[in-house]
Design a protein around this ligand. Structure first.
Ligand code: VL7
Length: 134
C-alpha cells in the first residue's frame, strides 16, 4: 500500500523560501508578501491520480497529475513559466521533476507522522516547508 497524502494540511514552517523565490526570479514586492503567507494544502489521492490545491490569502495554485505521466505545467500565478512535469514515486516520496528554462527544478513530498514535508528545488536553491494534518 502506498502512502496516502490525502487530506488538509496547514502550514507550520518554511526555510529558505526567499532563496527559492530568488532563483525563480520573483520580484521584490511579491517576495515580501509571499514570505508572510501560511498556505494550506488540500491533497486528493485516488490510486495514481493526484490533485494538490495550495491556497493562501494572496494566490492559489492547483495541479493535477497521474504518476509517471508527463504533463504541461503553467505555474500560473507563481513564476508563470511553463514546464514539462512528471511525478514519480521514490519509495514513499512523491518526486516531481519540472523540466524547462530553470535547471534542477522540482519538488518532493513526504510524510513523517502527522506532518507533510515539501522540498522545493530550483537551480542551486532548496527550500523546505512543513505542514501539519488539520
Ligand atoms: C508551492 C511558490 C513562488 C511566487 C506567491 C506565493 C503563493 C501559495 O509547487 C507548489 O506545490 C506543489 C507541491 O505541493 C504542487 O503544486 C506550490 C508554492 C511555490 C513559488 C512564486 C510567489 C507568489 C504561494 C500558492
Amino acid at each position: 500500500m502506498p502512502v496516502d497524502f490525502s487530506g488538509t494540511w496547514n502550514f507550520v514552517s518554511s526555510d529558505n523560501f526567499e532563496g527559492y523565490m530568488l532563483a525563480l526570479g520573483i520580484d521584490f514586492a511579491t517576495r515580501k508578501i509571499a514570505k508572510l503567507l501560511k498556505p494550506k494544502k488540500v491533497i486528493e489521492q485516488d490510486g495514481d491520480s493526484f490533485s494538490i490545491h495550495t491556497t493562501s490569502t494572496f494566490r492559489n495554485y492547483s495541479v493535477q497529475f497521474k504518476i509517471g505521466e508527463e504533463f504541461e505545467e503553467d505555474n500560473k500565478g507563481l513564476d508563470n513559466r511553463k514546464c514539462k512535469s512528471v511525478v514519480t514515486w521514490d519509495g514513499d516520496k512523491l518526486v516531481c521533476v519540472q523540466t524547462g528554462e530553470k535547471k534542477n527544478r522540482g519538488w518532493s513530498h513526504w510524510i513523517e507522522g502527522d506532518e507533510l514535508y515539501l522540498e522545493l528545488r530550483c537551480e542551486d536553491q532548496v527550500s523546505q516547508q512543513v505542514f501539519k494534518r488539520a
